[in-house]
Design a protein around this ligand. Structure first.
Ligand SMILES: [Zn+2]
Length: 296
């Protein structure tokens, strides 16, 4: 081996050594972020990319309204550098959990800046069902990540910009899809009141036997009222949800002849193998299910 070759081998070896020692250190210094539920977790992952390690408390197909935290959740929060929540009363179980964890991590309320829809005196928490609102979540997440990890602010800005462009395209897709549904047929029944923001943004009317939380069961009178409404307004389709009991909707369908249009994803992503492992796929799935059931 001549000297130059030996030198080259040596430098190569030095570079490799540097890579193996640096790589794990970089992995460890990823910003540890906890998101309260799966949809938020996906938004944080898209903005944070490689520079964050995201943990989600209420996972795929979980119901964030009635979640019962486990002791492991307190440990996850204790280690977090940033906690991202929806707010608007969605995570009623969270304040006690944060207190129990002793965490001093800053908390980002991702709906900050969104004007909430009201249901009686209560704010409707399901703001993410409007894609434009999801864009506000993303901007808030970008700024909070940059504040928690200023060295990577440029990465977060670039990731957010790319993702916001995808959300813009998705928003247009939703509008175009609804425009193809005959106006008289833009009415559906869903299980719980999770789609008011979708309704306001895209112009499909949703009627639900349960309220904005899954906590309360609809009464026999509520159900009878819905059945009458389906008949008098000739509502074409009823929808199941991935987080709610499907029996009620099947019963309503059987009594009215309104067809079951499929499953809508309201408050949760599915697992990797499901139809909605990401927020964008969730919205796309819902649009497809609605247009499929409501077209002539
Ligand atoms: Zn809900």
């Amino acid at each position: 081996m001549d000297q130059t070759l030996a030198m080259r081998c040596f430098s190569l070896w030095l570079i490799l050594l540097a890579l193996v020692t640096i790589a794990p250190a970089r992995a460890q210094d990823r910003l540890n972020v906890v998101a309260s539920f799966s949809i938020l977790g996906d938004l944080v992952q898209n903005v944070g990319g490689e520079r964050v390690s995201v943990t989600t408390l209420v996972g795929p197909d979980g119901d964030v309204h009635v979640y019962a935290p486990a002791p492991t959740d307190a440990r996850k929060i204790a280690d977090a550098k940033l906690l991202v929540i929806n707010g608007l009363g969605l995570e009623g179980w969270l304040p006690r959990l944060v207190q129990a964890s002793g965490s001093k991590a800053p908390i980002l309320t991702a709906t900050t800046g969104i004007v909430p829809l009201q249901v009686g005196a209560v704010a409707d928490p399901h703001a993410w069902q409007s894609v434009a609102n999801a864009g506000i979540y993303v901007a808030n997440i970008r700024d909070a990540l940059a504040a928690a990890d200023p060295a990577d602010a440029g990465v977060f800005r670039a990731n957010a910009q790319a993702y916001l462009a995808k959300l813009d395209a998705l928003d247009r897709e939703a509008r175009e899809a609804v425009a193809r549904i005959p106006p008289g047929r833009r009415k559906v029944i869903s299980t719980h009141d999770a789609f008011a923001y979708f309704a306001a943004a895209y112009g499909i009317e949703f009627i639900a036997p349960s309220g904005v939380s899954t906590e309360s069961e609809p009464s026999a009178r509520d159900i009878a009222g819905i059945i009458t409404q389906i008949r008098t307004e000739r509502i074409p389709a009823v929808f199941l949800e991935n987080i709610s009991d499907v029996r009620l909707i099947r019963q309503i369908s059987a009594e009215t002849g309104a067809r079951v249009g499929g499953t809508l994803f309201s408050d949760s992503l599915t697992g990797e193998k499901g139809d909605a492992p990401t927020y964008i796929e969730l919205v796309r799935h819902n649009i497809k299910a609605l247009t499929g059931a409501l077209a002539d």
